[in-house]
Design a protein. Structure first.
Length: 185
């Protein structure tokens, strides 16, 4: 039995602006080239509000919406992991990059079926028994389905928090969120 794997990336942007001119953060959107195969995962949106400069560290919270699609009906079971890169600074004030560990999952909602097989509370799709809550500097399993379950399309919302270091320079910080779906629970 071959293992199917698809990977998609999405930009994640956090804007830190001068106190007199806050601007909204750009939402992340992934485009998954494997979606036509009926086996894919992607981040529909990750919106973080803009932050103004501060000499104190602070956190911005938002919602990450994940879509997992096994409409191909592989029936092998599957899991989705997500990981982010460091947030690279762009701006004119010689700012430093923000580490990937500053983006974390803070909560996980139960997956919701949008089409296909209904969600089964025990076999999935479901939140993994090992909590998905934590930093995204390493791959973190967010959702899984056991064999013969999860044959359809599902969305799931996650609370996220982005910690902006004290005295982070005004500018835009952009990271890449990588979403990988594998055909093993």
């Amino acid at each position: 039995m071959a293992t199917a794997v698809t990977t998609a990336t999405a930009p994640v942007t956090q804007t830190v602006s001068a106190p007199q001119a806050p601007t909204p953060a750009k939402p992340g959107k992934s485009v998954n080239p494997f979606s036509q195969l009926g086996f894919s995962a992607s981040v529909a949106s990750l919106a973080l509000p803009a932050a103004t400069y501060s000499h104190l560290a602070r956190s911005q919270t938002g919602i990450l919406v994940l879509t997992a699609d096994d409409s191909a009906g592989l029936a092998d079971g599957w899991n989705v992991v997500v990981q982010t890169s460091a947030f690279v600074y762009s701006g004119g004030a010689s700012g430093a990059d923000i580490p990937a560990a500053n983006l974390s999952v803070t909560s996980a909602e139960t997956p919701v079926m949008t089409s296909g097989q209904p969600v089964d509370g025990t076999s999935g799709p479901r939140v993994p028994s090992t909590s998905p809550v934590g930093t995204l500097d390493t791959a973190r399993k967010l959702v899984q389905a056991n064999a013969t379950f999860g044959q359809g399309t599902y969305t799931q919302s996650f609370g996220v928090s982005f910690t902006i270091p004290a005295m982070a320079r005004a500018g835009v910080y952009t990271g890449t969120l990588t979403t990988t779906m594998s055909s093993t629970p």
